[in-house]
Unconditional design. Structure first.
Length: 203
């Protein structure tokens, strides 16, 4: 009986540890997500600067492509101007030359402004990059610690689950009150069935 009590206590302790490990493993994705969100919030300014830089660089590339197209048109219209055989052709070519020249000038002015913006943004990012990288390393280190802990917990959980059946079987079987029948009792009736009262000897 005393050994059964000791085994029962061990079984209860094992079950408690199993539940704790299951909860910790199940909560790991939530903790990882919370940490990543906290990191994103702490470097939101840096990410906003990076997004602005990407947008400015994309617009600069777009404008440079449009300038190249307009320059080709400008050269063509200048050729048309030189080849004009009458006043109408000359006036039409001159209008196109003037239009493309102004369009190119406007886009080149925008490119210059974008270059200034890009230079400014790159400087701000260079200032903040060391801090951001340091925070990223801290987050990655914490995630690695959690992953290693989860691997150990998973191995421990497998071990505990494997031990549980043997520990459970080691407990002495307890009598089932629904089938425990005392001598002289009818199992089909809840009350003892008494035999006939023996006759008193005559003498």
């Amino acid at each position: 009986m005393e050994q059964d009590l000791s085994q029962l206590i061990l079984l209860q302790e094992l079950d408690v540890e199993i539940r704790q490990l299951e909860e910790e493993i199940a909560n790991l994705p939530t903790r990882q997500s919370d940490l990543e969100q906290a990191f994103a919030g702490s470097v939101s300014e840096y990410l906003a600067l990076q997004s602005s830089l990407d947008t400015s660089l994309a617009r600069k590339r777009e404008l440079e492509g449009e300038i190249e197209v307009e320059q080709e048109k400008h050269q063509k219209f200048k050729g048309d101007l030189m080849r004009a055989s009458n006043e109408r052709e000359y006036a039409a070519a001159l209008r196109e030359v003037d239009y493309t020249r102004k369009a190119i000038g406007s886009m080149e002015t925008e490119v210059i402004k974008l270059l200034e913006e890009v230079e400014k943004l790159e400087g701000q990012l260079r200032e903040r990059t060391p801090e951001m990288e340091s925070r990223r390393q801290e987050v990655d280190a914490q995630l690695a610690v959690w992953r290693e802990a989860a691997e150990r917990q998973s191995a421990r959980l497998v071990e505990l689950r494997a031990r549980r059946p043997a520990l459970l079987d080691s407990l002495s079987p307890q009598p089932d009150p629904t089938t425990n029948v005392s001598p002289g009792c009818d199992p089909d009736w809840p009350w003892p069935r008494r035999g006939p009262t023996p006759a008193r000897p005559v003498g």
